[in-house]
Ligand binder design. Sequence first.
Ligand code: AMP
Ligand code: MG
Length: 407
Amino acid sequence: MSNLILTYAEAADVIRQHAKTLLDQKSTAESIPLLASLNRVLAESALADRDQPPFPRSTRDGFACRAEDASSAKPLHVIGQLRAGETWKGSPLEAGQGIEIMTGAPVPSGADCVVMIEHVHLDGKLLRLDPERTIKPGENIVPAGAEAKSGAIIVPAGTRMAAAHVAAAAACGYATVTVHARPRVAILATGDELVPVDHSPLTHQIRNSNSYSLAAQVTLAGAQPVILPVAPDDPAEIESSIHRAADCDLLLLSGGVSMGKYDFVEQALLTLGAEFFFTGAKIQPGRPIVFGRLPQQYFLGLPGNPVSTLVTFLLFAQPLIAALNGEAHGGPRFASAQLTHSLRARPELTRFLPAHMDFSIDAPQATIIPWQGSGDLASTASANGFVVAQANAGDLAAGDHVSVLLV
Ligand code: AMP
Ligand code: MG
């Protein structure tokens, strides 16, 4: 098998191209209750069922009147009051009149502005306005349909539902929404040394944490994890485990993809007719990573070291899952931060170093957490991002801006 070791940028590009292929494939959709749609991807756009706002809405507590009256020194006559949830039943407002109005109430016809309560003096039914203040027609009113016209797209298909999208859909009367069916993602950990989390490992054994980290990441990505039993380092066993994932949309394997004598994942995949798009990336952690396609689905063979597994999922698996979910721009997500310390360059490798990112308003800062390498889950557990040290970027100094891979 050929050695396809790519730079990070090349590997990311290959993933992007295949994600696009997945995005173009039609996936099934399902209708679910609105709140259950959080973090799911809309399959059908949510439309405004009426103009928004449906009436000219007062944005202030105050007095609805005519702007030309508001600029005159003469007091206005207050002829009534209007609360949110009410509509003016009297005749249209005339010159010289004002109607007390609350935020969110429909501005009565005849009025073209709302004077804020803070800017008036009420003396019985006589309303005196501050002559120093000029008010223009339209002030403190959102016209009907100014936010959205009836039938307009409020939340486009392909949107991953966040709180604001749920709110927008609720405002348009969507008790249920149509989302893409959650992709099924098979998780297959391999390794003779692995024991289940609820077993007491012997000194030389390791608890299988990758099935958990991957299942957690898959769930956060809006997909359904299908955890397969751990496969030992045996090509035939790995092959039969891969068969069990045949009905899944994506297969994630962990471990067994390095150059070791007992790393059989590539061999098993090859026997099953896999096509490989890359078999390594110039990144750290995560150098031994394979990406390809079996007749039934795409797969990623992720390195077994737990931090490598976490990072390579974010870089390569997440965008594929997003595409399977119908989401066009599914990450990875990066933010910019100032490094709090210097960092020596490592030419040729793009590094993703576990870091604590302080998301302060004026200058987000990132501090790399000392670690023992890609097996060090203990240090990585306190990280909320990974500082990107670009290949060939040279040494970095404190205060330099870096990209941070967000978890
Ligand atoms: P491998 O990629 O199979 O060479 O494994 C690299 C390192 O990751 C070894 O130290 C393994 O014990 C460890 N490892 C592999 N798979 C897992 C797993 N599922 N959970 C935790 N550690 C693992
Ligand atoms: Mg192994």
